[in-house]
Ligand binder design. Structure first.
Ligand code: ME8
Length: 536
């Protein structure tokens, strides 16, 4: 029920906030495009929405990256953050805020969450010893480590199972979060939200549940400021800096106004998040630590965490550290923004990884966008046909010519039925976080529409036969383009412009065949593409 949805809070979607230690690549763009599509779809369904993306600027990695090139850290952050901001703008990501963890209201939000966790008794000071990975900036429990004997040095090295990064034994004074107390509440949470897709897809959810079932150790959530200064200091204890993940995860609260709002005001804010989009590399943080912090602070939990797998280059994860990245700006310049969006969305890499191939982006653009979609629009809008004439005939109740065979008419009516159910069919996929399936539905209808044109051959039919066919073609283009807007905003809006569909007639309620509606006899023929005025 769309009207009911309108009264609720805005539908709040987030991407991860990206580290500024290197420039963005196609993997980052993918998270943005996925989140943007979820947001645009909900907006299309009539909901108020909010999309958040941004940059994660504190931490050892950033500090080291800036030091390496001898730049002041803040300046380094400003410059790299801008690259992510530019990427979002270039790819038509509709974010309402671009948050930076160096923003003032974010620091306040982190302090507020910290103080709340202290008040509720979840933070204590202690000595920490354990296996620490400098590059992952995290201590790993024994259960997540593997030992590999190095022949050449004769030494056994220890690595994280999850990231493959080497760890070393380290000891220091830290503040701790009592994560071990959260095992039961977390398992209860997972259990109660299994059906609701708290974490989606289930394969990733299962990994998390298994991991929590094995038990949780308390989490070290600060680092001595002596070795780590580029971060938010612990409130009331400047000798310690807050661990980056506590800092980073809080960005989602910051943007909902957490720092400034009182408890009851915050209840009315857009919190909680509806969809967190995250890569599978950061599920532990989003699906275990984050809900644990929120449960401990007695704050409402996100509704869904949608996890995606990785884009690979020649079988290996695309990543800054491997240096095998594809520059998203370059691909968008070569192929066009929407062709890249299309390629990314057309592949479902939620469960398993996918290979990114720029050649394939161009091939799919040609095969799917140009041949199947643009051609249909061009043929419909071609100069030799007149949509106005077609519409006026239609309005005057021009009968479908008797020369059309029963088979043709059956095909036409089947196609119209499919076009009329397109929104519902696409919605089913989107409710399952599946833009790939959604695009599949749209392209099935496009295929039918192209077959229809080949079948109808409007170019050889006598002129009296053309009008109804052109009308049907125009309607097919119009409906398909309306539904396509959340996925390929530019492509769809260009087609709608060509069909002269006015901006106020591009919303979901217009994604239906006008011929199904009732018209008054003397309805004025509106501008092209208004198609027909509905008269009640
Ligand atoms: O982890 N394929 O930032 P990050 C698909 N700052 N997606 C990919 C990818 C690939 N090859 N590589 C990266 C961080 N990503 C933290 C997050 S959130 C509170 C803090 C995407 O710059 C994917 O979403 O390393 C992954 O989770 C994210 O970028 C990691 O970005």
């Amino acid at each position: 029920n769309r009207t009911a949805e309108k009264d609720e809070k805005p539908f709040y979607v987030t991407t991860p906030i990206f580290y500024v230690n290197a420039a963005p690549h196609v993997g980052h763009l993918y998270s943005m495009v996925l989140a943007d599509t979820f947001r645009r779809w909900k907006q299309f369904m009539g909901r108020d929405t909010f999309l958040l993306t941004g940059t994660d600027e504190h931490g050892m990695k950033v500090q080291q990256a800036a030091n390496k090139i001898e730049k002041p850290v803040k300046q380094f952050c400003d410059e790299t953050s801008q690259l992510f901001k530019n990427l979002a703008a270039e790819a038509h990501i509709s974010n309402d805020r671009f948050i930076r963890t160096t923003d003032e209201d974010h620091r306040e939000a982190v302090h507020k969450l910290w103080n709340t966790l202290v008040e509720k008794g979840y933070i204590y000071k202690g000595k920490h010893e354990g296996w620490y990975s400098v590059s992952d900036e995290t201590f790993y429990p024994e259960s997540q480590l593997k030992r590999v004997f190095d022949q050449s040095s004769g030494v056994t090295k220890v690595y994280s199972n999850e990231t493959g990064k080497e760890v070393e034994w380290a000891s220091e004074e830290n503040y701790f979060f009592a994560l071990s107390r959260m095992r039961e509440p977390l398992l209860e949470l997972y259990n109660s939200r299994l059906e609701d897709k708290f974490v989606y897809p289930y394969s990733h959810f299962k990994t998390i549940i298994d991991s929590v079932e094995k038990g949780l150790s308390d989490l070290s959530i600060s680092r001595p400021s002596s070795r780590f200064t580029w971060g938010i200091p612990v409130p009331g204890d400047e000798s310690q800096t807050i661990y980056v993940w506590v800092d980073a995860l809080t960005n989602y609260l910051t943007s909902a106004g957490y720092a400034k709002l009182t408890g009851s005001e915050f209840e009315k804010s857009m919190w909680p998040v509806d969809i967190h989009v995250v890569g599978k590399d950061i599920t532990r943080f989003h699906c275990i630590y984050w809900p644990a912090f929120l449960l401990a602070a007695e704050l409402p939990l996100p509704k869904h965490i949608v996890v995606h797998s990785h884009w690979l280059m020649n079988g290996e994860k695309m990543s800054k550290s491997s240096g095998n990245i594809v520059d998203p700006h370059a691909v968008m310049v070569i192929a066009g923004v929407d062709s890249v969006r299309y390629y990314l969305l057309r592949h479902n890499i939620l469960e398993g990884d996918g290979d990114f191939d720029t050649e394939r982006v161009l091939e799919r653009r040609q095969a799917d966008l140009v041949f199947k979609y643009s051609n249909l629009v061009s043929r419909t809008c071609s100069k030799s046909f007149s949509i106005e004439l077609a519409l006026s005939h239609h309005l005057k109740g021009y009968p479908i010519p008797a020369t059309r065979s029963d088979k043709f008419l059956a095909f036409q009516s089947e196609m119209i039925t499919e076009a009329n159910s397109l929104v519902d069919n696409v919605a089913k996929h989107m409710n399952n976080f599946n833009p790939t399936g959604a695009l599949g539905e749209i392209w099935d209808v496009l295929k039918k529409a192209n077959q229809y044109v080949d079948y109808a051959t409007p170019w050889n039919t006598e002129s009296s036969n053309i009008s109804p066919t052109i009308f049907v073609m125009a309607e097919m283009c119009r409906i398909i383009s309306i539904v396509l807007q959340p996925f390929l905003p530019t492509y769809a809006s260009k087609a709608l412009d060509r069909l002269s569909v006015s901006p106020e007639r591009r919303s979901i309620e217009y994604a239906k065949f006008e011929a199904d509606m009732a018209y008054g006899k003397d309805a004025n023929l509106p501008n092209r593409g208004h198609v027909v005025e509905r008269q009640n």
